[in-house]
Design a binder for this molecule. Sequence first.
Ligand code: SGN
Ligand code: CA
Length: 532
Amino acid sequence: MIKNLFISFYIPTTLLILIYGSCHPKVQKATRPNILYIMSDDHAFQAISAYGGTLAKLAPTPNIDRLAKEGALFTRATVTNSICAPSRAVLLTGKHSFINGKVDNVQPFDWNQPNFPKIMQANGYQTAMIGKIHLDGIPQGFDYSMVLPGQGHYYNPDFLIDGKLVRKQGHCTEIITETTLDWLKNKRDPNKPFCVLYHQKAPHRNWQPAPKYLNLYDDLTFDAPENFFDNYEGRGRAAKEQEMQIHGHAMWGHDFKMVVDPKGDSTGFHNEFKRFNPKQKSDWLAAYESENEDFKAKYAKLSENEIALWKYNRYIKDYLRTIKSVDDGVGEVLDYLEKAGLAENTIVVYTSDQGFYLGEHGWFDKRFMYEESFRTPLLIRYPKEIKKGTTIKKLVQNLDFAPTLLDYAGIKAPKEMQGASFRQLVSGQTTQWRDAVYYTYYEYPAVHMVKRHYGISTERYKLMHFYHDVDEWELYDLQTDPKEMKNVYDDSKYKDIRTMMHKRLLEIRAEYRDSDANDERFKDAYLKATTK
Ligand code: SGN
Ligand code: CA
């Protein structure tokens, strides 16, 4: 007792706090940063004005862009498996799909495995998950969770609030933003750093805009991408046999919002109104029906290409309308951080679960390792470490999010995590980074019919193997062919590149412990390729 009194008199308070802190990992250090991780669903980088491009001029995203202006924009952020639930599993676990077990949207997800929010929680962070997670089961690792069951609905959606089902009135994007703000304002413990996952459902299919944006972009005509009328020559069967064409696979009702199709048949869209209240339904019909009728009146005289371009416009406008609400939400949350004096000490991330086709190759949806769906937008602001207007061209992946966020929180990532922290890369403290990333896609046969494949990408080259249903290799030179229109795998000029890429592929599959890598079929392919 006397000894204790003596110590407390003679050891300065700060030192005592340090000693206490080091023995008690749960003690707060005031300087630990907060994390606001914002993720939307299917948001293509082509639809974020900070990335430039033609869409951006007509449909800017000023609030998301603030993060790039005040922080960093990643031009080659990629995913390991371009589909919703697997991507989220990679985000949480920091492990490839074939290690965390969630290889496609169908396999169950094991919430009992370690994830980064659990680790943050154990280290004194207050954690919350609000919006779409698309992983079955009750989320683990969160002090608070309000999640959409499965895909969720745009209008009057149900949510699981800490496991209990509750229906909320209104538009999903706005509800998710309001709930996030409410959590930050009223549920947050000001004595703890926070880590909030603010996950929008938008702009996922079927792109239902909020009431106030139903008529946004009405007066505009959007030009389709230059390869919209792609005939897939120069690529293999996978590109030819997919089912994700805007003109061909998207539907008159569900996707193009027609209650009756141009041939006069009911589309089944009226079923979607079951969730709407009368005002929502009448606003909706007022916005779409006269334009639908104008189109149907001239439909018989239109060429196939004209119909395809009308569909493209209906698609892209609805897609961008849903993004407008996402962007508004980002603005509201950023404004709140500023007002509350939290902006300096909060790392804000904006990303998507993967990219999306906005008419490139004639497509919507994702899944392929081709650039538009392989890449994902990534913007990060952290005034204390990241210089304004930074651009990062290196190959980062969603695999890196968990280790990076843990690093910012001052927590060592478990060694089982396969990603790497890019904290030093983005702050300019290092330029050392990996030269290649690995990709796997398994969900086949399934909606959109994208064949199983895996591949490796360096900054310049991409090698892919479609191994199921077909046995085809594709090699792209992204410098000479950024739109990936011509597979050069059998081009003799690329013989050495092909050999080099096969070698790197074998190495990277072993490095990430893809057990399929031991499969004799893949070794045979390598031997064949290198002796050609
Ligand atoms: C739904 C969509 C598909 C989409 C998958 C997976 N159809 O089935 O277009 O590819 O989800 O998307 S829908 O019109 O019913 O939404 S994911 O983002 O959840 O992986
Ligand atoms: Ca998605």
